[in-house]
Design a protein around this ligand. Structure first.
Ligand SMILES: Nc1ncnc2c1ncn2[C@@H]1O[C@H](COP(=O)(O)OP(=O)(O)OP(=O)(O)O)[C@@H](O)[C@H]1O
Ligand SMILES: Cc1cn([C@H]2C[C@H](O)[C@@H](COP(=O)(O)O)O2)c(=O)[nH]c1=O
Length: 216
């Protein structure tokens, strides 16, 4: 299928940097992303901390629907990409263009892992939507917090009631984890895998090592 003629070409390389944080629910992303933002700010960067689905007023409304309302996998997929489109247009691309560093709690790898791996949605359709919505935009670095689903479930159960995704069984999260592994294998230069089963401080030290080595 060819792209509609109104779709602009891929954006020129932006002066800012785009880092995504990924992993199954409860893997520990939120516990570290704000500290990573502070670490980069202390090095003089403007940092925009955001999340998916969400990050803009419209995308946050779509997030509420995706996390709470029953829907079929195609509807779910279209909503996460609609939210992503608004997020990119309204927040991510302008921030990168002015030289800011964008740290996003999840991006498109989550769609391949959750809708593709978890729900079994057609990966070729996801790849087509990725092209339409992102015009080539990908994170410069993806920090993947990898953790066995049973450990993640124990951590989640200790702190919160489950949403529509968190209520899924361990087999679902095994497929999501395999979805992340496939994305990491396809783009090894972009992914940094963190062993999130370690104690919190060891996880943080690994993140620092990745940022020091790869944060340009
Ligand atoms: N290394 C760790 N060891 C033990 N517990 C941890 C560790 N990292 C985080 N936790 C705890 O696990 C729970 C889930 O962590 P967190 O909310 O950061 O995960 P998350 O990846 O952001 O999850 P979600 O994507 O579902 O929001 C929290 O209670 C957090 O305090
Ligand atoms: C971006 C994105 C997210 N999801 C799922 C994954 C999580 O279960 C929730 C977001 O909750 P979090 O506490 O902010 O991690 O949404 C998805 O299924 N597909 C996506 O593209």
């Amino acid at each position: 299928m060819s792209l509609p003629s109104s779709v602009p070409a891929a954006p020129a390389a932006a002066p800012g940097r785009f880092i995504s944080f990924e992993g199954i629910d409860g893997a520990g992303k939120s516990s570290h992303i704000a500290a990573a933002a502070d670490w980069l700010r202390a090095r003089g960067h403007e940092v925009v901390l955001t999340r998916e689905p969400g990050g803009t007023p419209l995308a946050e409304q779509l997030r509420s629907l995706v996390l709470e309302a029953p829907m079929d996998p195609l509807t779910e997929t279209l909503l996460v990409f609609a939210a992503r489109r608004d997020h990119l247009q309204t927040l991510i691309e302008p921030a990168l263009a002015r030289g800011a560093w964008v740290l996003s709690d999840r991006f498109t790898d989550a769609t391949f892992a959750y809708q593709g791996g978890g729900r079994g949605f057609d990966l070729a359709v996801l790849a087509q939507l990725e092209t339409w919505v992102q015009h080539g935009r990908q994170p410069d670095l993806t920090v993947w917090f990898d953790l066995p689903p049973a450990t993640a479930a124990e951590r989640r159960a200790a702190v919160r009631a489950p949403d529509r995704f968190e209520a899924q069984d361990l087999a679902f999260f095994e497929r999501v984890r395999a979805g992340y592994a496939a994305r990491a294998q396809a783009a090894p230069q972009r992914f940094a895998c963190i062993d999130s089963s370690q104690p919190r401080e060891a996880v943080w030290q690994d993140i620092l090592r990745v940022l020091e080595q790869r944060a340009w």
